[in-house]
Design a protein around this ligand. Structure first.
Ligand code: PFF
Ligand code: NA
Length: 447
């Protein structure tokens, strides 16, 4: 396994591509706009960017460092480094905790990616041609109410994901992604250009960038923190799994900053485009998970060749989510491989289990809609909230503690690869900013 995968990451570029593939996905284009909409706009955005800088980035480095220093699955890397540091072997459970977190995330990620498959097919069919905004909204509701169609797409997406994971050919997909993603960014820019011509544009900009700090509650802060981890793919040992294959002699901070900057930029472009439509059409910003699926067909319908662009957009979005979901599957698959399963077996087992749990999300829009698990949340609401906003920060906190307090200094220094000063700066930030900040936010919302 080591051999095959070490080869996979032979070049510096391949590593960056893989981490970018993991980071850019539904989090930027689907989750960021709707969660910003639900949390009132600019103040949330400001918090989210601050958390990316103060938590997401340093912890991303911590996570990749552990994988890079251990060069094994997250569980094995943590165990080995804990042994070297004379710390408790229980640290390896952090790898399994991450595995459970990404497992739950993947279960809804696959369902929502399935929505993109549906919309890709519908736009190619020309189903949106001549539709009014109201019809587009009603069409989305009708789709959600149809568990069979949703299950079909969820199944298809998971098959796509797990077959790449089983075959270990993610490298090819990431290279393809590298060619296609600039097109996605370009399309977002075109959308922003279109948005600038709508009468919702000014309102959207003010709403996104003029913060009203009185709107900030502990819960808003918690949502922003969770989203910072989610969008960067940090806190679940998924990047740790990739870090195992990062080549020597590559500066980790530089790679991490590049990925985070791109990730935030993509989210901002999507946000500007989507909220311009929201405000020019009088849609509720807090519309929820359907926001992107209602606004984008409306926006593209206004452009020449709109159906074509819309189809292309969903194709590219699908490619972006594909590389993210491959990353989501990795910790569990690597962990099961570590306990003796073959890669194909591990991928099949994880795939079937994720598929089953995903069905609970599928039916959350029809027969299970009113089945509340905790705090009045149905399964979809639960699984899109708790793993992201609680498990990722807790996982990130433990990862940060391990990298900055437990890991032997010389090993950590080498894994960061930013020189002694770079290391000292990183460690100071993690010890005295990232860790306390996460603790404060977690406690202030949970108590
Ligand atoms: N970063 C991905 C996105 O923004 O869509 C989602 C994600 C991937 C979250 C991997 C967590 C993870 F471990
Ligand atoms: Na992201």
């Amino acid at each position: 396994m080591m051999h095959e995968t070490l080869e996979r990451w032979g070049s510096q570029r391949a590593f960056i591509l893989a981490v970018t593939g993991a980071a850019v996905g539904l989090g930027n284009i689907w989750r960021f706009p709707y969660i910003t909409g639900e949390n009132g706009g600019a103040a949330f955005l400001l918090l989210y960017v601050a958390f990316v800088a103060l938590l997401g980035l340093p912890v991303m480095m911590a996570e990749i460092m552990i994988g890079r220093a251990g060069r094994r699955s997250p569980m094995q890397s943590l165990l080995q480094l804990a042994n070297q540091a004379g710390a408790t072997p229980h640290w390896r459970w952090l790898g399994w905790f991450g595995g459970v977190t990404v497992f739950l995330i993947l279960s809804f990620y696959s369902v929502v990616s399935g929505w993109s498959i549906e919309y890709l097919v519908e736009s190619v069919n020309g189903d949106f041609v001549g539709s009014t905004p109201a019809e587009i909204g009603a069409g989305f509701d009708a789709f959600l109410a149809d568990p069979l169609r949703m299950t079909f797409n969820h199944t298809l997406f998971l098959l796509l994901t797990m077959s790449v994971v089983a075959a270990g050919v993610a490298n090819g997909l990431e290279k393809l992604n590298n060619l296609m993603m600039p097109l996605l960014y370009l399309l977002l820019l075109v959308l922003v250009g279109y948005a600038a011509t709508t009468d919702g544009f000014g309102t959207a900009l003010a709403w996104l960038f003029r913060p009203d700090l009185s709107a900030v509650t502990p819960l808003v802060v918690m949502h922003a923190m969770g989203h910072a981890f989610f969008t960067l793919a940090v806190g679940a040992c998924a990047l740790m799994a990739y870090g195992a294959y990062m080549p020597d002699h590559q500066s980790l901070p530089r790679a991490a900053v590049a990925v985070a900057a791109l990730d935030v930029t993509v989210a901002l472009l999507a946000g500007i485009a989507i909220f311009s439509v929201v405000f020019s059409q009088g849609i509720d910003p807090g519309e929820g998970p359907g926001l992107m699926f209602v606004t984008l067909p409306i926006a593209f319908a206004e452009l020449p060749w709109g159906q074509l662009w819309l189809g292309l957009f969903f194709l590219l979005l699908l490619m972006a989510t594909w590389t993210s979901s491959i990353n989501l599957a990795e910790p569990m698959v690597a962990g099961l491989q570590g306990v003796g399963l073959k890669r194909g077996q591990a991928a099949a087992l994880v795939g079937v289990a994720v598929w089953l749990v995903g069905l609970l999300s599928v039916f959350s829009f029809s027969s299970l809609a009113e089945v509340h698990w905790i705090a009045g949340m149905n399964f979809f609401e639960l699984v899109t909230t708790v793993p992201t906003e609680l498990f990722l920060p807790v996982g990130g906190l433990l990862i940060a503690i391990f990298a900055a307090w437990v890991m032997p200094r010389d090993i950590a220094l080498r894994a960061l690869d930013a020189g002694p000063t770079g290391y000292r700066v990183w460690r100071t930030v993690v010890r005295y900013v990232s860790i306390p900040l996460t603790l404060v936010v977690l406690f202030s919302t949970l108590i």
